[in-house]
Write a protein that binds this ligand. Structure first.
Ligand code: SAM
Length: 144
């Protein structure tokens, strides 16, 4: 996992306590500076929705710069529908999260078109959106 240095320190201690240090590494850093290079896949879960477009784009640019040409990026987030469907029981919750993101970290939830636009601007291609049984979807991207 990759997170701010003080978060990675806590994770490293928990990983050691669980006896998993030979299988799992915690790396501290700043996604706005750089992320570790050359991984098979990068997973950003609940990260992009913390930020407005300029910061989200900066993170995605850094991931693209670190990725191999055959690498994959998996963005795990709520995907807002283009239109509110009163018959969809998940829709109100998704929009409540959008307001929560705006008020708390200062970010936002996004539609598939908005994710595609951000990824494209970062030199990535949205390959597919895989729904899951919960409110989150997996947005798979590869280098453009
Ligand atoms: C909403 S949490 C998501 C955490 C985890 N992926 C999850 O889904 O539970 C956002 C994470 O981004 C980390 N973070 C915030 N700014 C960061 C930065 N500049 N560099 C690295 N990590 C950062 C926070 O410490 C936090 O753990």
């Amino acid at each position: 996992m990759f997170d701010l240095p003080h978060v990675a320190d806590v994770a490293r201690a928990r990983i050691a306590e669980a006896g998993l240090s030979d299988r799992y590494e915690a790396v501290g850093g700043d996604t706005f500076a750089a992320v570790p290079a050359g991984a098979d896949a990068y997973v950003l879960k609940g990260v992009i929705h913390d930020w407005e477009d300029a910061e989200a784009l900066a993170i995605l640019h850094n991931v693209r710069a670190a990725m191999r040409d055959d690498g994959r990026l998996l963005v795990i987030e709520r995907v807002l529908p283009e239109r509110i469907d009163p018959g969809d029981v998940l829709t109100p919750g998704r929009f409540i999260h959008d307001i929560n993101m705006m008020l708390n970290p200062g970010g936002r939830e996004r539609t598939e078109a908005e994710f595609r636009d951000l990824l494209t601007r970062a030199g990535l291609r949205l390959a597919r959106v895989v729904p899951t049984p919960c409110a989150l979807a997996v947005i798979e991207a590869d280098p453009a």
